[in-house]
Design a protein around this ligand. Sequence first.
Ligand code: TYD
Length: 206
Amino acid sequence: MILRNFVVFEGIDGTGTTTQLHLLRDRFQTETPVVFTAEPTNSEIGRLIRTFLKGKHAVHPDTMARLFSADRNEHLFGSGGIMELVDSGHAVFSDRYLFSSLAYQGIEGNSLLPERLNSDFPLPEYLFFFDIDPDVAMKRVESRNVDKEIYEQTPFQRIVRDRYLRILENTEKQHPDMQVIRINAEARIEEIAEKIWSIVRDLPKI
Ligand code: TYD
């Protein structure tokens, strides 16, 4: 199922999705019913995930897959969640969604589990995929000067990128109603912002 007025930004670490979502938020008129959100969320489950992303305590990769999908379930169906917002006429923009789980979680654990855990969730109407050379992306991450998270290693990110490309291709074939927009994440920030705005400026559509 495709959820109208639901927009997702995806990409490997360091592609600039968060920057673009901040710029986009500022472009909408204050009265426009748009909501910006992200995964992992700020819920209890999301916060638990973030402690594991820091790498101080290792958990089994399949546990991570299950935590991300539990966090997503709350994000969608919990009180004040995405479904409620879309039903009440909002457009919802999420920094990451189930494509992150399909790309990242299938690498280390049971490769079939992420698909199984995420197959019942609705798909977004628009999926923006930020593409970048993993070397460039990791340099950006390193320049942030904060402790790296467990997935932020170039060889791992290369695999994630390859998986994203394959997942996108398959999803596009199976769900032609979902619009996939590829963004060259190495382009100028303003140029990327313009491209995104030209596509989403009329949201939410009734
Ligand atoms: P990220 O968007 O990079 O958050 P921040 O910029 O605040 O650190 O997400 C954190 C990490 O979580 C990132 O490496 C991708 C990973 N992730 C998954 O592995 N699976 C998922 O389902 C999601 C939503 C994120």
